[in-house]
Design a protein around this ligand. Structure first.
Ligand SMILES: [Zn+2]
Length: 113
């Protein structure tokens, strides 16, 4: 669940907004003085969330269209492609995670629908 934090320019307080749904619109304001003059703070949560969003887009079903899970070469090709898109930011453990994801087809993709 994304949490957005806003810093109030007038009273210097931080207001947090919790979004129940990713598609929900947010109208930030200061919960202390009701001022709309707030600016977004990039909290650690937000950074992690954006990383997750990137993973979601990488797990777009259309990108699996040429994937044959029973063909190790096909899986390997797909993983290399994803590895290129992500760079080495995910570091070690990524390939293992991918293998787990691929061994339960559909699970990771459909979870957020
Ligand atoms: Zn305020």
């Amino acid at each position: 669940m994304p949490i957005y934090e806003y810093y109030c320019e007038s009273c210097k307080k931080v207001s947090s907004f919790l979004l129940m749904r990713a598609s929900e619109e947010i109208r930030p304001y200061c919960k202390n003085c009701k001022s709309p003059e707030v600016r977004r703070i990039l909290s650690r949560v937000a950074v992690i969330k954006s990383e997750e969003k990137r993973m979601e887009s990488l797990l777009d079903p259309s990108k699996f269209s040429d994937l044959d899970e029973n063909d190790p070469r096909s899986v390997e090709r797909m993983m290399k492609r994803m590895g290129r898109e992500l760079g080495d930011e995910l570091g070690e453990g990524f390939e293992e995670e991918m293998e787990e994801t691929l061994s339960s087809p559909g699970a990771a993709i459909e979870e957020d629908l």
